[in-house]
Design a protein around this ligand. Structure first.
Ligand SMILES: Nc1ncnc2c1ncn2[C@@H]1O[C@H](COP(=O)(O)OP(=O)(O)OP(=O)(O)O)[C@@H](O)[C@H]1O
Length: 345
């Protein structure tokens, strides 16, 4: 049984499962589930067989005008080899509340996708389903063309690492920044402590943080915590010969931040994408990402394509610039924040 909460993050290569160590928060016997501070449970994802990050993928150039044709219309792009994640006719209810009612979409290699829609429409739910924290009642999730069965588990073979960054930074309060960022490496990798510490420092620098390794989360500002959470989601074992592509799912990454801090986070999200350049001026490592957001600035700045979810269904999809000019009444009302229109509160 999985529970998730706003206080958890996850990034997740669980190849071979987790081994217990003294660093670890308390966790249960189920290798894919562990309990933090006796309050929460987390499930992490995804694994093997590792393939080279570039194999089989044709990188999609989102700025290419041909892409406008692909996503701005119902035209289906040729070839499926670049599809990393697909939700096919996904349904999800909580008790009598029917939240998702047949949601289908694909996330392709290289994409920066936003999921938007009114509160309570199921945006976070779909992220959790993609991450394998929740199972759909009906419909399927395909990871690199392979159907996922049930929740994510250490037995799953996907060849795709999926990280979920929850709305709050979700750091482990009693662990230092170094231990938070390096958590999965301490638990899962054969890397030595010094190696991990070096990688943590480098990864923190990539998100613009220096000299905070020994601090506790309580000693950081909200914006810094979000950066630490981002660092934790992009760190990976660089001693392995092959690297799986990684998709990061961000749940409202700029909620609660002032406009300038939001811009910083939006740019960081871009910078860790492989088309971007991190703070160390190196290309980012993230293949694709999905952002759930309500913030107009985040829609404009951080994503290229949008999926609009309303009353459990996708009612509009298009490129970000098409959002503002859309004639869809639901989109128009959402974009303008008007009380008049088909969306009723
Ligand atoms: N584990 C759960 N048990 C019962 N109901 C749930 C659960 N998770 C979500 N819900 C309900 O499902 C609906 C959709 O929740 P979800 O968090 O996915 O919406 P959202 O679109 O992300 O909302 P917001 O924009 O306000 O964050 C809400 O009514 C919520 O209360």
């Amino acid at each position: 049984m999985v529970s998730s909460s706003s206080s958890l993050l996850f990034s997740l290569p669980l190849c071979g499962g987790i081994s217990h160590s003294t660093r670890s928060p308390v966790y249960s016997a189920n290798l894919s589930t562990f309990r933090v501070s006796e309050k929460r449970e987390i499930v992490c994802a995804c694994m093997a067989p590792p393939r080279n990050a570039t194999d089989g993928f044709s990188t999609l150039n989102i700025n290419d005008s041909s892409v406008t044709k692909i996503f701005g219309s119902a035209q289906e792009p040729e070839g499926e080899s670049d599809v990393l994640i697909e939700c096919r006719n996904v349904y999800k209810s909580f008790g009598k509340k029917h939240i998702l009612k047949g949601v289908s979409f694909k996330i392709r290699h290289g994409e920066a996708v936003g999921i938007i829609g009114t509160s309570g429409t199921g945006k976070s739910t779909i992220l959790k389903i993609i991450a394998g924290l929740l199972a759909p009642d009906k419909g399927d999730v395909y990871i690199r063309g392979r159907k996922r069965h049930g929740l994510i588990s250490d037995e799953e073979i996907s060849g795709l690492r999926i990280g979920l960054v929850f709305q709050s930074a979700a750091l482990f309060d009693s662990l230092t920044v170094r231990e938070n960022v390096g958590f999965l490496l301490y638990e899962n990798s054969s890397m030595g402590e010094e190696q991990i510490a070096e990688l943590v420092t480098e990864t923190l620098a990539a998100v613009g943080l220096k000299g905070v390794e020994d601090r506790l989360p309580s000693e950081l500002s909200g914006g810094m915590k979000k950066r630490v959470a981002l660092a934790r989601s992009i760190i990976f074992d660089n001693t392995k010969e092959t690297v799986e592509p990684e998709v990061i799912l961000y749940d409202e990454p700029t909620a609660g931040l002032d406009p300038i801090a939001s811009t910083v986070v939006e740019d960081l999200i871009r910078s860790v994408h492989f088309k971007g350049e991190d703070e160390l001026r190196k290309p980012g490592k993230i293949a694709s990402y999905v952002v759930v957001t309500h913030q107009h600035s985040t829609i404009r700045r951080a994503v290229d394509r949008l999926i609009f979810l309303h009353e459990g269904k996708i009612v509009w999809e298009g490129l970000t610039h098409e959002f503002i000019t859309s004639t869809n009444p639901i989109v128009q009302q959402f974009a303008s924040g008007s009380l008049d229109g088909p969306i009723k509160y």
